[in-house]
Design a protein around this ligand. Structure first.
Ligand SMILES: Nc1ncnc2c1ncn2[C@@H]1O[C@H](COP(=O)(O)OP(=O)(O)OP(=O)(O)O)[C@@H](O)[C@H]1O
Ligand SMILES: [Mg+2]
Length: 380
């Protein structure tokens, strides 16, 4: 495989008109730069525009505005009337359904993209390429089978082999793992990541599964109603979410709403109905008087039977304590404040007990409350 392709998207917009005449902004001014050989995951809830974005990159759908460069070449540019057809873009796409031809053997399915004139291969060359692709995905023995005779996982490998056989340097994946059970899915995920690293193609992968996104991605683009809410490494997205929407979408989070009463030397104090919450995490753009939300991850909290020496602490009752093997998950309540806490220790604390729940100021993040942008403010 040659050099993987970078993707550069600027000012992309796409609107659909529904049957009732209302308009939907499926892509709302998206700028996105995917580097060569990167594994980028588009993550967001159903209907946020992931598939539409993928299809416009592939050329299966045309955007209203904007520009798409792939491998340094302009493939779409609304202003100049550029719209290269999909087969010229050197891209493979793997769909949720795999889209295998049911009447064709595994060999024929995989060989299919090579039949086009673009490749100009002899029959022997086609046989070699198909054989190599099936070996790469670990199913050389299945060449004669038909798709209906394969497991979900095997079908996925055939789809991947079909993408690999063209030696395309950009592969787009639209939720390809959603049809297989959890265990197989986990296994295929690891394999896919290894294969992508070994072969070096650029991957753009759509999912609404955050675990899948965290595991696969070099960077995650969190999509919110057609917009990119944040684009960053899994670590950045998890530990420095740019908004409440991102914080809520990735992983579990504890929240307390309040108002900023002081900001001094990097310490933000938030007045809440449950007392003052102190944060020492950087919080750009936050001013005294702002309506905010203080957030922390369940694994950063503590539960103690004696009063701890931490700025943020509450007397709470343990509502549930669930041992899940690697850690225990606690649901705690302090008045009308609900908090979740995960701890690898403290297996001795049981439901019904009174404890102190606390969190260090450096584990608390302060973000704008952003009621108006569609994030529900109700608990849960
Ligand atoms: N052909 C179409 N005509 C009208 N509206 C459309 C069309 N295709 C998609 N939409 C709308 O555009 C929005 C984005 O759809 P899209 O399929 O990109 O979402 P998605 O993020 O892939 O969702 P899912 O996770 O459910 O697959 C949705 O509101 C959808 O109803
Ligand atoms: Mg979709």
């Amino acid at each position: 495989m040659g050099a993987a392709l970078a993707v550069d998207i600027a000012g992309l917009e796409k609107e659909y008109r529904r049957q009732d005449g209302t308009r939907v902004r499926a892509i709302d001014h998206v700028d996105l730069r995917v580097e060569r050989g990167e594994f980028v995951v588009l993550l967001g809830p159903s209907g946020c525009g992931k598939t539409t974005l993928l299809r416009t990159i592939a050329g299966l759908e045309q955007a209203d505005n904007g520009r798409i460069d792939i491998g340094g070449k302009t493939r779409f540019w609304s202003e100049r009337g550029v719209a290269q057809p999909p087969e010229k873009r050197g891209i493979s796409m793997i769909f949720q359904s795999y889209a295998l031809w049911p009447h064709m053997s595994v060999f024929k399915n995989v060989a299919y993209p090579l039949q086009s004139r673009r490749h100009k291969l002899t029959r022997q060359q086609i046989r070699d390429r198909v054989g190599a692709a099936l070996t790469q995905v670990g199913i050389p023995e299945l060449t004669g089978q038909y798709p209906s005779q394969l497991s979900g996982g095997q079908q996925q490998r055939v789809a991947l082999a079909r993408a690999l056989v063209s030696q395309d340097e950009l592969i787009l994946f639209d939720e390809p793992l959603s049809n297989v059970d959890a265990k197989v899915r986990e296994h295929l995920r690891v394999e896919l990541a290894a294969m992508q690293r070994a072969l070096g193609f650029t991957a753009i992968f759509v999912t609404h599964d955050q675990t899948e996104a965290m595991e696969l991605a070099s960077r995650i683009a969190v999509v919110d109603r057609g917009r990119i809410a944040q684009f960053g490494t899994p670590h950045e997205i998890y530990h420095q979410p740019a908004s409440r929407y991102v914080a809520r979408f990735i992983g579990a989070i504890n929240e307390i709403e309040g108002r900023v009463v002081s900001i001094e030397a990097g310490t933000v104090v938030v007045e809440t109905d449950h007392g003052r919450v102190v944060s020492t995490q950087p919080s750009s753009g936050i001013l005294v008087g702002d309506e905010v939300v203080a957030l922390w991850r369940p694994e950063r909290g503590h539960a103690d039977t004696v009063e701890p020496d931490r700025a943020n602490r509450w007397r709470a009752v343990v509502e549930t304590a669930m041992f899940v093997g690697s850690h225990t998950e606690f649901a705690l309540r302090s008045g009308d404040l609900a908090a979740r806490l995960w701890s690898p220790r403290m297996e001795s604390i049981a439901a019904g007990e009174q404890v102190w729940v606390s969190v260090d100021p450096h584990d608390v993040q302060v973000l704008p409350r952003e009621d108006s942008t569609g994030v529900q403010t109700a608990e849960g």
